[in-house]
Design a protein around this ligand. Sequence first.
Ligand SMILES: Cc1cc2nc3c(=O)[nH]c(=O)nc-3n(C[C@H](O)[C@H](O)[C@H](O)COP(=O)(O)OP(=O)(O)OC[C@H]3O[C@@H](n4cnc5c(N)ncnc54)[C@H](O)[C@@H]3O)c2cc1C
Length: 595
Amino acid sequence: MTYTPPIRDQAFLLRDVLEIDRYANLPGFADASGEVLDQILEGAGQFAAEVLAPLNRTGDQQGCTWSPDHSVKTPDGFAAAYKQLVEGGWMALGADPAYGGQGLPHVVNMAFSEVMSGANMAFGMYPGLTHGAYSAIAVGGSDEQKQLYLPKLASGQWCGTMNLTEPHCGTDLGLIRTKATPNGDGTYAITGQKIWISGGEHDMAENIVHLVLARIEGAPGGTRGISLFIVPKFLPNEAGDPGARNGVFCAGLEEKMGIHGNATCVIQHEGAKGWLIGEENRGLQVMFVMMNQARIGVALQGIAQAEAAYQAAAAFAKERLQMRSLTGPKNPNGPADPIIVHPDVRRMLMDSRAIIEGGRAFMFWTGLHGDLSHASPEADVRQKGSDYMALLTPVLKGFLTDRGFKACSDAMQVHGGSGFTEHFPASQYLRDCRITMIYEGTNGIQALDLVGRKLAADGGRAAMTFFAEVDAFVDANEGDAQLALFTAPLAKAKAELQEATMWLMQNGLANPENAGAASSDYLQLFGLTGLAYMWALMAKAARAKIAAGDTDPFYTTKLTLGRYYMERILPETAAHLAKLKTGAATMMSLPVEAF
Ligand SMILES: Cc1cc2nc3c(=O)[nH]c(=O)nc-3n(C[C@H](O)[C@H](O)[C@H](O)COP(=O)(O)OP(=O)(O)OC[C@H]3O[C@@H](n4cnc5c(N)ncnc54)[C@H](O)[C@@H]3O)c2cc1C
């Protein structure tokens, strides 16, 4: 199983499309410009390809092992690779220098996260959740909590987890039963069971910091009575080092379809000592910081797995000989032609690649807005950045994991029967990728978040800003006949998205089930339009390079893939618009007994 990190494409996006050098005056950006950026991308790619990718299959085959003493052993090589990750400073790329981080823009860290997930998704989840725990404490923690935990989480010396789900509640966190009883000294005793906790126990770090949602005794029911606690596996001693064992244990591991190298734990809190983060009963607000970051991470997993699966499929398609080309033999000396000559095989490969490259661009473009939402000195740029992050997080998570899984399935299809066997990597990519559509809020819940909350926020400001930005781009390039291949379909998709938005405003408010019924199609329509904008931006950047005399075939390939996206994927917008406008009437008319 080989994996080639897509460094060339990442560099094109960061340098030529997003032009991050323009922001060199902002904190962190100066350290990621010019050659330094190349070195970071190359180093990250090398680590992913040489250290993590070789462990992907081992992780799948061995999985994690639980012992009755509540310990968990990760697959061979994981602990040593994690040590290298920490020692190489990779964990600290985007963390605040005040806590030992390197302070680089998150969009650069995103490039690293992508290759880590592409090389070994199960491994990448341990540092991914640690970053999330870091961010939640950074936003909601007290100064003392920040001083104690952030440097250790930033470096990766300690790992983090996210303890939300319980046996009877996943989506509906208002049902949480884990309880917190005040100890009288400012701390709480946490009691209850959490399930499916990723990285809940392992042998890679000296301590594990659980962020736990629980209900303080006497708190109101529902989501308004939930608080957030820090529950470390080992209680920090006065020096801040791991001390006595806390009452939080892994009671077992889940048997599951994929990501076998990641420990999915039943976590038992037995009067575990916990420290409140932020205010009582307002835990979900802080937890949302972690959840949103994790959703972006999951969107990246979708693209990363799709890239790895695509690479395997493209390599297979160049080698597997079956049948002759429709236009006569292309490999006349062989018994048959390689399957890459067949249009239907190309359809699958190019569908995948157009989604992967467009999706990567959408991730990085949004990630840059996330950076600007903190770093820009201009209030309107900051506001636009945070508006886009909020609006687009469910779109990225839902769209890119749905489409990432489809790409993994197409990669299996390109392999034919071989893909269904374990002799080839396609099966693992498909199995690993499937969870991305479920965890961190199912994709159905992302769609509801988009239409129910994000669209309406601040009078629809974020969506209107996005529409205006696309309009301005189309207008600014009106006279460019070559670019019209991209801007004309983009304008059409945007008009359909705007029509769908109007339909939702008129019909979703009148009957919320119309909004619920339309939500997934609306999310797809948004994702498709977002990627069309990305392909138009990439086409413009590629054409500028060609016009300047650059003969690298990378740019002509980019233009062909962009045209393919516009011709063969973007037309799906019309179907989504038509479907969503039928509303809820037919689907809700069927009585429950009829199912
Ligand atoms: C491998 C793995 C790792 C995980 N890691 C973690 C972790 O680290 N920490 C953690 O806390 N949790 C974790 N989870 C839990 C995960 O986040 C949940 O499984 C997920 O949020 C869905 O919750 P659920 O399984 O209870 O499904 P349910 O909430 O029971 O939903 C079932 C179905 O109903 C739909 N649905 C529910 N409500 C609505 C609604 N109002 N409208 C429309 N549709 C609805 C859902 O979309 C879904 O299709 C993990 C799960 C797995 C399998």
